[in-house]
Design a protein around this ligand. Structure first.
Ligand code: CS2
Ligand code: MG
Length: 403
């Protein structure tokens, strides 16, 4: 019995908001879990502080599965991003504690390494195709084997994925949502041009990815998937909003471009049809929003049975705690695909010292016991929460659309 003696939520904003759960035990071991939900951070902080932590004190930290089931079934109001991010934070903190108690890195506890390192992809973007390709060349110089390409759309003032600072991308840029303007008609011709220029400049020995960010109808997604086929993309991500899982049958019927989806999912139920009908090739649901390691193992095993690989979300709004835990999972999981890696800023990395390292296009979680990520609470306290929300999108005629 390893008694949980305390737990608290740390909200900090070293450039962007992060929510971290710290669980302490009688043995003096502590564990950390990421609970960051971009634009809704305080909802998860309250869910943990007001509704979860009182239920943790006195429980056995080793009983990870029992606590997961208590928090999932016991909530009554199951699923949803807030609930599952809170459950994820508890789950990851308990896995961190168990691995520390066992004196081993978390990947060993999961089943050991299935590969030598974790292939990651970086984010090349630019206002123009030329600028995006220039950034892609820079990422290749940095050793990346896989690069996501995003470019501005002529005629639109801004576009998803194009950032001012080329190495860091943070879309939650204001206390209330900024309004972006979108036109699919203007966008559709740009992505093939971007990929053509990128293949011309980088050749074929690099994986190229693209994120359509939920903005196409299924048939538009099929059109784009077909237009990109000559350039062999590694994947086309979030091609169409995926609440309607069956909609992906239309895309699948028209194109061989691999499909990735799931960063906004929070349980296996969001992806069950997509996976069982093999309508996608990569599942992006990640540890912080998908109920933690215990639930992501279930999703990964279902995916494994159906030729679907993992491709975890890894944007800057997922903290280094999530990245650390994800890398241990990535090193172990048999059907690993790729890991997104948007670098955090130096001030974020200072708040969250970590063992993972980037080398030759791969990340390795390191050999520290647990998930290898900690928090400097004194430094975290210097960065108070700052209200920030994600943008919204409107079509050119003002219709509210998908961001
Ligand atoms: C994007 C994210 O990383 C991705 O693939 O979809 O930038 C996403 O927009 C943010 O994580 C939302 O907070
Ligand atoms: Mg995405």
């Amino acid at each position: 019995m390893l008694k949980i003696t305390g737990a608290r939520v740390v909200v900090t904003c070293p450039g962007r908001n992060f929510v971290t759960l710290k669980i302490e035990t009688a043995g003096g071991l502590h564990g950390l879990g990421d609970a960051t939900l971009n634009g809704r951070e305080l909802a998860v902080a309250s869910y943990l502080t007001d509704h979860v932590i009182p239920n943790l004190i006195g429980r056995d930290a080793h009983r990870i599965e029992d606590i997961w089931q208590f928090l999932y079934r016991g909530a009554y109001w199951r699923r949803g991003p807030v609930t599952m991010s809170a459950i994820a934070a508890v789950d990851v903190a308990l896995w961190d504690i168990k691995a520390k108690a066992a004196g081993m890195p978390l990947y060993q506890l999961l089943g050991g390494a299935s590969r030598t390192g974790v292939m990651v992809y970086g984010h090349a973007n630019g206002e123009t195709v030329e600028q995006a390709v220039e950034q892609a060349l820079r990422y290749r110089e940095m050793g990346y084997k896989a690069i996501r390409l995003q470019a501005g759309v002529p005629g639109l003032p801004s576009t998803y994925g194009v950032s001012k600072d080329k190495l860091f991308y943070e879309p939650a840029d204001a206390a209330l949502p900024t309004e972006n303007v979108w036109s699919t008609a203007k966008y559709l011709p740009t992505a093939p041009r971007l990929f053509e220029a990128a293949r011309e400049a980088l050749g074929w020995d690099v994986h190229l990815l693209h994120d359509a960010h939920h903005r196409l109808t299924p048939i538009e997604a099929a059109r784009l998937g077909r237009d990109l086929e000559p350039y062999r993309p590694f994947w086309l991500e979030d091609a169409t909003p995926a609440e309607n899982q069956a909609a992906f049958r239309q895309i699948r019927a028209h194109t061989t471009t691999p499909l990735a989806v799931g960063e906004v999912f929070n349980t296996v139920w969001d992806a069950k049809q997509l996976i069982e009908e093999q309508l996608i090739d990569y599942i992006r649901t990640t540890i912080v929003h998908g109920g933690g390691i215990s639930h992501l193992r279930r999703i990964a095993h279902l995916a494994e049975l159906n030729n679907v690989k993992t491709g975890f979300h890894g944007a800057t709004d997922l903290s280094p705690v999530c990245m650390g835990a994800a890398l241990h999972f990535d090193l172990w999981v048999p059907n690993f695909g790729i890991q997104e890696y948007m670098r955090h800023t130096p001030e974020t990395d200072a708040v969250f010292p970590h063992a993972y390292r980037f080398e030759a296009g791969e990340l390795h979680p390191g050999e520290a016991a647990g998930h290898g990520v900690d928090i400097d609470e004194a430094l975290a306290a210097k960065y108070p929460y700052r209200p920030a929300q994600l943008p919204v999108n409107r079509l050119e005629d003002g219709t509210l659309f998908n961001w």
